[in-house]
Design a protein around this ligand. Sequence first.
Ligand SMILES: NC(=O)c1ccc[n+]([C@@H]2O[C@H](COP(=O)([O-])OP(=O)(O)OC[C@H]3O[C@@H](n4cnc5c(N)ncnc54)[C@H](OP(=O)(O)O)[C@@H]3O)[C@@H](O)[C@H]2O)c1
Length: 255
Amino acid sequence: MTLEMFSLAGSVAVVTGGSRGIGEAIAVAMADAGAAVVPVARSEDALGTTVDRIHDAGGEAVACVGDVTDEADIERVFDTAEREFGPVDTLVNNAGTNPFFGDATDLDTETWEHIMDVNATGTFRCTREFATRVTDRDGEGSVTNIGSVGSVVGLPSQAPYTASKHAIAGMTKTLAADWAPDVRVNCLAPGYVITEFTEGVRGNDEIREELLDGIPASRFAEPEEIAGTAVYLASDAAGYVTGEVHVVDGGLAAI
Ligand SMILES: NC(=O)c1ccc[n+]([C@@H]2O[C@H](COP(=O)([O-])OP(=O)(O)OC[C@H]3O[C@@H](n4cnc5c(N)ncnc54)[C@H](OP(=O)(O)O)[C@@H]3O)[C@@H](O)[C@H]2O)c1
C-alpha cells in the first residue's frame, strides 16, 4: 500500500534535457516506476541512449528532439507525447545551461539573456504549454522544475545561473498557488552532481576542494540520487506537496 503511493504506473511524463546527466537518470527512474516517458533534448543521438536504456529495462519511452527556447518545438513535444501515450500527467523541466563562470563585470548581456532564456523562460514556456493542456481537458498534473541549490543561495561567480534558478523557485511558488489543486508545481534543487555540466569545476583541483569543503556530505551526488526525489514529487506520495523548493544537496545549503 505504501509503496503503491510512489508508483507512476499508467502515467505519462515529459522530461526535458532527458538525454544525459540528471535528466537521463530522471527519465530512466520514472520509467522504472511505471511511467511512459518522453525525453526531450536537441541531440537525437544522445536521446536514443536514454530510450534504449528504458526499453532494455522493459519500460516505455519515445524520444522527441526539441529545444526549450522554441515554442513550436514545445508544442510538437506535447503533440508527440499525446499521440504516442495519451495526455501528459507530469512535466519535468530539467533542460539547463551554465556557460559562464566568473566576475559579472566580465559578463555580456547576450550571455545573461541566453542563460535566462534556456533556464527560466524555457521552464516557463514548457510549463505554460503543459498547464494549458491540463486545463483544457479539465485534468490534473504535476510539474517538477529542476532548480539548483542556486535557487536558494547565491553561487559564487555564477550570477546569471543563480538568477535564473531563483526565477525558477519564484515561478514555482506562484504557479503552485495559482493552479492548486489541479496542477502541483514543485522545484527540485540539486547541489553539485557528477555530470558533464560540472566537469569544469570538478576537474579543477582548487575549486573542487573548495566546493567539497562546503558540502557536509563531503562528496558530489550521483544523478540517480536526484532522480528518486523526482519520482516522489510526481507520485501520489507527494499529493499534498506543492510550491515546495526541495533541496537535495548533501547539506550544502544548511551551513
Ligand atoms: N550537475 C549539477 O551539479 C547540477 C546542480 C544543480 C542543478 N542542475 C540542473 O540540473 C539540470 C540538468 O543538469 P545536468 O548536470 O544533467 O546537465 P547536462 O549533463 O549538461 O545535461 C543538460 C541536458 O539539457 C539538454 N539541453 C540543454 N539545452 C537545451 C535546450 N535549449 N533545449 C532542450 N534541451 C536542452 C541537454 O541536451 P542537448 O544539449 O542535446 O539539448 C542535456 O540533455 C540543469 O537544469 C541544471 O541547471 C545541475
